[in-house]
Design a protein around this ligand. Structure first.
Ligand SMILES: [Zn+2]
Length: 320
């Protein structure tokens, strides 16, 4: 997708440097003056590239005091999802589904981002506070700087940005996290992102996970599933276990579930009963939750989570 550029026939001219309504910082994002007129569009590095969002969607995040959460979410959007205009209901879902990490978890996330942005061990990380703080799930540069400072204090990093390096102790710490399983409350949900599955997610999977004390994470709900990118892999690593619904037989779900199993973490398998015969024979040996209704799916998933993982750290009420 080409970069959205300023076009005087389409966009409102601003007398000052334009800013991105999502992250609130200087970026080439403009308001449309022709239909649809309630849309901001343009390019923002912090928000991950092209952005196109309605005014009411921005207000939804602003009213919740969570523009930074929206920025992090925008940053994680796939290229496919970026083609579409982000609307108010997308933001409401994003705010609900976005993980809320503790300070210690954010320190680990920061370390893994810095390592991911390092081309070779011993080279400086290409992380940039101004552009990349949303990757730390930070409110802004100051919070991001705090994590870098603390990681240095722990002996995981050396140097100062833009030449910060991950040390062997840092890589060792990352390896420990990845092996032992992330002790977070996040649960990765892999499923077919189709309207026919919406009720299954909203009435069964999501509430079952929450009531068991965990927090579900679905990466943007309007993506194409046959592709697994770095963000999905990073989020899977950060998740304690996975709920994989094979209804619809999406390749991506098999792939993601295989990745989780390879990390030695639990996968809870689900599928609509009438489609169970379509499940790949290698997977049929697993103990499937084969459900006929949403309420059945919810009860059985809830019980299975408690059976396999136990009750999770109670999800704290999100700050409004
Ligand atoms: Zn932005």
């Amino acid at each position: 997708m080409d970069r959205i550029e300023f076009d005087p026939t389409v966009h409102v001219e601003t007398g000052w440097a334009p800013e991105c309504p999502i992250c609130g910082q200087r970026a080439d994002v403009y308001k449309r003056k022709i239909d649809p007129t309630d849309v901001f569009e343009g390019w923002c590095d912090r928000c991950g590239g092209n952005v196109r969002i309605t005014e009411s969607a921005v207000q939804e995040a602003e009213a919740a005091g969570k523009r930074h959460v929206l920025t992090s979410w925008m940053r994680r959007l796939s290229l496919d999802a970026r083609q579409q205009t982000v609307k108010r209901e997308d933001v409401a879902r994003a705010l609900r589904d976005s993980p809320s990490y503790s300070v210690l978890e954010k320190l680990d996330i920061a370390l893994s981002v810095l390592a991911d942005m390092t081309s070779f061990p011993g080279y400086p990380s290409s992380f940039d506070f101004m552009r990349d703080y949303p990757l730390f799930y930070a409110v802004g540069e100051d919070e991001a700087a705090f994590y870098v400072q603390e990681l240095k204090r722990r002996g995981f990093l050396e140097g100062a940005l833009p030449a910060v390096k991950v040390l062997a102790a840092g890589y060792e710490h990352l390896a420990t996290i990845q092996k032992s399983g992330w002790q977070s409350n996040q649960v990765f949900v892999a499923m077919w992102f189709d309207v026919s599955m919406r009720l299954t997610y909203d009435s069964a999977i999501e509430p079952a996970i929450r009531e068991a004390g965990y927090k579900p994470l679905r990466l943007d709900r309007h993506e194409h599933v046959n592709r697994i990118d770095d963000e999905i892999i990073a989020q899977i690593r950060r998740s304690r276990f996975m709920v994989a619904d094979l209804t619809g037989q999406r390749q991506g779900v098999y792939y993601e579930a295989g990745f989780v199993a390879g990390l030695g973490r639990n996968v809870i398998w689900m599928c609509r009963k009438e489609q169970l015969q379509d499940v790949h024979f290698d997977n049929r040996q697993f103990n499937f939750i084969d459900y006929e209704s949403e309420s059945e799916a919810k009860t059985r998933l809830y019980n299975r989570i408690l059976a396999i993982e136990g009750e999770g750290p109670k999800v704290q009420k999100e700050l409004k």
